[in-house]
Design a binder for this molecule. Structure first.
Ligand code: 2NL
Length: 342
């Protein structure tokens, strides 16, 4: 019995001295003391050496030792899992965050913003309108005759449910809606997406973007048109740019003109872009047709105005050296991310 008591004291000292600071030491402790070949099991084996009348006391001592060894294990195990939890809560909120990659504006947006902001400086307000329009606001009010090819199913997307509805073919519907409000004078710039039933290729798409402008007041003349558009292209392409107006025809303006600028790629010497002419067509314009004013309830004896329209894709392709119009609507990030900082 004394032998057993001495052994248990020795084991007890070993249990107390065992340092458990991590999961590996915890497992080593379990194997050494509580495992099938552990010291607790070995101590119980000592029962063989105890005299029968002392077995009862010996059993009590062995149980005390077993409980103490197990208690140390449980306490250490609980401490270890608590430490793990505390480690995940140990966030340093003062560390810098993960950087979010800088995006880029779409090249069509860049081009539109450049155009619009020049006219804003001249006192033009930005106006907006619906992309799904009725025949009157898109065609009739603009003096487009019934037999005009644009009205054909081949050229315009009509809405199946209602043949009076269509996808606008220009942003002029915005100006018609502004004129109908009856508030004069009007000085607006109208950017937006327009739709035409064209075969999709590298050079043309079934939707594209436009900026139109309208200025209506008393005594607005063709000289105002020329000077306004001249100011615009000088801001857009630089102060050396030259312009020329060529007579043209639109049903909604009279007289009408197309405006060319000296090629902004070669400067007028002649290149691939201007096909050797030194000139690039940039926009169409004219004095608003009196019939259009009257259609919108404006007295054409009292008021006159000028209007103009230009596409966004073509100058964007020339300026950013984009060789396929479809790139603008494919949302390929390898294309789009090239406009960072542009
Ligand atoms: C072009 C030519 C143009 C207009 C658009 C317009 C609008 C109203 C009244 C009169 Cl409400 N005119 N817009 C005028 C002349 C030309 O666009 O080549 N666009 C891409």
């Amino acid at each position: 019995m004394q032998e057993l008591k001495d052994k248990l004291a020795e084991y007890r000292a070993e249990v107390d001295a065992f340092v458990i600071e991590n999961a590996q030491q915890l497992e080593e402790y379990r194997i050494k003391f509580l495992g099938t070949k552990g010291l607790v099991k070995a101590a119980f084996g000592e029962m063989r050496t105890v005299a029968p009348e002392q077995k009862r006391d010996a059993g009590q001592l062995l149980n005390e030792f077993k409980l103490a060894a197990e208690a140390k294990y449980e306490a250490a195990k609980e401490g270890a899992t608590r430490n793990e939890q505390e480690a995940t809560d140990d966030l340093d909120l003062t560390l810098p965050g993960d950087a979010i990659e800088m995006g880029a504006r779409h090249p069509i947006t860049l081009m539109r913003n450049r155009i619009v902001s020049i006219f804003q400086r001249l006192g033009f307000a930005v106006a907006d309108g619906p992309e799904i329009e009725d025949d009157w606001h898109n065609f009739t009010a603009l003096n487009l005759p019934d037999n005009h090819p644009a009205r054909d199913m081949q050229d315009t997307f009509y809405i199946h449910q209602n043949p009076d509805w269509l996808l606008r073919t220009h942003t002029s519907n915005i100006q018609i809606r502004e004129m109908m409000k009856g508030q004069l004078p009007i000085r607006i710039i109208c950017p937006g997406r327009v739709y035409r039933n064209e075969t999709i290729s590298a050079r043309s798409h079934c939707f594209f973007h436009q900026v139109e402008g309208l200025y209506i007041d008393e005594n607005v003349s063709f000289a105002d048109l020329k000077q306004t558009l001249y100011f615009f292209v000088r801001e857009m392409f630089g102060h050396d740019v030259k312009v020329r107006f060529r007579p043209s025809y639109f049903p909604f303006t009279e007289p009408s003109a197309e405006m060319d600028v000296t090629c902004f790629i070669c400067g007028g010497g002649g290149c691939r872009i201007c096909k050797g002419t030194g000139w690039v067509e940039i926009l169409g314009c004219g004095m608003v047709h009196p019939a259009v004013l009257e259609n919108c309830g404006i007295d054409s004896e009292k008021y006159t105005g000028f209007a103009f329209g230009m596409g966004i894709e073509r100058p964007a392709m020339l300026l950013y050296d984009v060789n396929d119009i479809r790139l603008f609507s494919e949302n390929d990030v390898r294309f789009l991310r090239q406009f960072k900082g542009a």
